[in-house]
Design a protein around this ligand. Sequence first.
Ligand code: ZN
Length: 131
Amino acid sequence: MLRLVALGRIYTCDRLAKWGMDINLQCQLCNTQPESIQHLFFGCNYTGQLWARLLKWMHIQRPCMEWEGGLKWVEKWCKGKSSRAEVYKITLTAAVYFIWKESNQRVFQQKRRSIEDILKHIAQEVYFRAI
Ligand SMILES: [Zn+2]
């Protein structure tokens, strides 16, 4: 999943529309911008709040970034085999997964979860995978 996101290969609304699908192009998380991979994972207001909370949780101080800066930052912080880098990787992977899942649940099941609920799921995932 993380690799597909980094390569820009997940099926966001902008990609589906290019293939001629008649769909709502609006981001389901913020409902203010068209959904693209860059928007969904780094530009979205909803996702930005989630990243800010995760960074604070991991005691990392950095502003939310756009796509290119965000990917470079991820490469730098997740490099190596230290326990800290492993926790960052697990957190990042879980966050990407739950952001994508939330977007899809809103489209296909009309279910909405709060940022707090998603953070709880990410924390559980990190806890179970890190021990
Ligand atoms: Zn959005």
